[in-house]
Design a protein around this ligand. Sequence first.
Ligand code: ADP
Ligand code: MG
Length: 257
Amino acid sequence: MDTVIRVEGLTKSFSGKQALSNLKLHVGTGEMVALIGPSGSGKSTLLRHLSGLACSDHGGAASVRILGRSVQEDGRLDRRVRRVRADIGYIFQQFNLIGRISVLGNVLMGRLGRISVLRGTFGRFNAHDKALAMAALERVGLADLAGQRASTLSGGQQQRVAIARALAQQAELILADEPIASLDPESARKVMEILRDINETDGKTVVVTLHQVDYAARYCKRVVAMKSGTVHFDGSVSALTVPFLNQLYGGDLDASL
Ligand code: ADP
Ligand code: MG
């Protein structure tokens, strides 16, 4: 199995406090991994490093390689990080759509990174870009809303548009940071089913941070639990016993359900 994510010795501090501490993580092609752990354990910080949106402390020996390419080495972003970013789809808790433009326009935004890498300019969207964007909207069940302003959609629909944007991008790796934390259970289920379908049908690698452990158990075979900026547990969902979770969440298990 090829390794899509290869992180070694990743340390990140904010004002002297370590958010990530000598972290190591390997994820293979086609895996779907849930990243769980209490609030403040470093999940979002890790995802930002994986996508080349943040850089580790200087002077460490951190290495972040994604899809066989270097994102950063020892506290410096690689100068070709733009190429890696073009292959990574990022899904945010608050969807991050442009509300005043159409749903289709938002999905087309997923093509921008690819266009600038392939054609050397931002250029214009061509028929191929538009076909990919419409196919992506079909895939998430929202093709009939293509012409609507994004801001008129419900939260669950907006998150599906954000996933369509990553599909149009033809991202190899999807990083989703609390994608269902703002959604009602029915919308959350739809979003998780779409992510699982992209993983199973298209073989895309998915790493998803989840506050809700029950969703992690239902949708992901592998669970990585973080605590205090390190990987505290890495294994199968079957290990997610109540005593383990109580210990992970410091007795505050209700906060994770
Ligand atoms: P999680 O996503 O697991 O809740 P985060 O990655 O957001 O955790 O945060 C990990 C730690 O890093 C927390 O202590 C948080 O306060 C700190 N942190 C994260 N981002 C910043 C930032 N931009 N400035 C200062 N501290 C930060
Ligand atoms: Mg977070």
